[in-house]
Design a protein around this ligand. Structure first.
Ligand code: GDP
Length: 219
């Protein structure tokens, strides 16, 4: 059985740093439907990416302890944009539009790919992409395509399981091991896997701590 690379035991200081960062105000900056609309690169940035319905809005809300993100990012017209939020003048959170939605046309899907790829490749302050995978579904073909996109854009990314509360402990461990094995085959994913539940709060302090480490870096 491959090693699922659980997150290293985090120190109380690291967890506290994460808690403090995410206790800051999180303000909507803007939505960008094209490259010209991107906000200036003034802070380290983390992008959240995943299939529609993976639980991205719920997770970002759980991280920030606010409902703002779901409201903005699920507003009709904003769902095809990259939505940017600034956390306490320390870190920018970029909520990428969900992919894999069955009713999206080929040309809309191509537009998604063009914008996202250009953003990922060109965004110098982007420290990491957080790629969300539904615990019950595992990696699907579209996820693997997006991992390829991240690899080609040379963006470091971290896989995060969502909706962990929907699985029993043994099932979750199996899902983590399977994901780790697949990720190892498909690309240069960051080896640290975090299983989260926005509903129960599982993994939220650990993910906050991981992101706080990235916010520490100077530009
Ligand atoms: P998005 O489209 O990726 O932004 O997904 P949402 O955050 O809107 O969530 C999609 C659905 O999954 C909603 O019905 C949520 O209530 C549900 N969901 C999200 N996170 C969790 C979770 O941690 N546990 C459970 N059980 N359901 C969740």
């Amino acid at each position: 059985m491959p090693d699922a690379h659980p997150p290293e035991a985090l120190s109380p200081e690291a967890l506290e740093e994460g808690r403090l960062l995410f206790a800051h105000e999180c303000a909507f900056l803007r939505g960008a439907a094209k490259l010209d609309d991107l906000p200036p690169t003034t802070l380290p940035e983390v992008a959240f990416v995943g299939r529609s319905n993976v639980g991205k809005s719920s997770l970002v809300n759980a991280l920030t302890g606010r409902k703002t993100l779901a409201r903005v990012s699920n507003t009709p017209g904003r769902t095809r944009e990259i939505n940017f939020f600034e956390l306490g003048h320390r870190l920018i959170l970029a909520d990428l539009p969900g992919y894999g939605y069955a009713r999206v046309s080929k040309s809309q899907s191509d537009q998604w790919t063009d914008l996202i790829f250009a953003y990922l490749r060109g965004r110098q302050t982007l420290r990491r992409a957080v790629m969300l995978i539904d615990s019950r579904r595992g990696l699907l073909p579209h996820d693997i395509l997006v991992m390829g996109l991240l690899d080609r854009a040379a963006v470091s990314y971290q896989l995060v399981l969502t909706k962990a509360d929907k699985l029993r402990t043994g099932e979750l461990a199996a899902a983590e091991a399977k994901l780790a094995a697949e990720a190892a085959r498909h690309g240069a994913a960051h080896p640290e896997l975090v299983a989260t539940s926005a509903e129960k709060g599982t993994g939220i302090p650990e993910l906050r701590a991981a992101l706080a480490r990235l916010a520490r870096w100077n530009l």
